[in-house]
Design a binder for this molecule. Sequence first.
Ligand code: HEC
Length: 131
Amino acid sequence: MTFAYRLAALALAMGVATPALALAEAPQSLFMDNCSACHQATGKGVKGAFPPLAGSPLVQGDPKIVITTVLNGRAGMPAFKDDLSDADLAAILTYVRSSWGNKASAIKPTDVVAARAAAKAAAKARGLQAH
Ligand code: HEC
């Protein structure tokens, strides 16, 4: 009993002692701030303008493709590579892949790091080919 009590007290103390964690923005509010103006809070988008993320095969498919789409933007969608950290992008994409009936695996910050590196290498290769 004493041990369990101590453990609970320790967990509480740690919660209080880690303000950085408490301050990190929740995935849903990151989505609301960066994506919902176009894709809507419902993830359903706006017909004829902004595609739905709810039920999208791309969103629920290969993590590399979803990440690269958001890093680089596409057609009428802005690029987010300079605006969002690896951790924030991973949090947003994990939220998008598991909301509104979507059921796909979580995306880790290290997945975003890898996708950034791959996109850079591809851009470099294209640049070299042009000469
Ligand atoms: C200014 C409006 C706008 C904002 C903000 C925006 N998007 Fe988009 N998004 C679009 C448009 C337009 C497309 C379709 C682009 C095309 O036609 O190729 C799109 C496409 C996508 C796709 C591909 C969907 C599919 O099924 O092919 C994903 C994934 C996506 N957006 C995720 C996001 C995420 C995540 C955010 C926030 C970090 C975001 N978008 C913010 C306008 C926006």
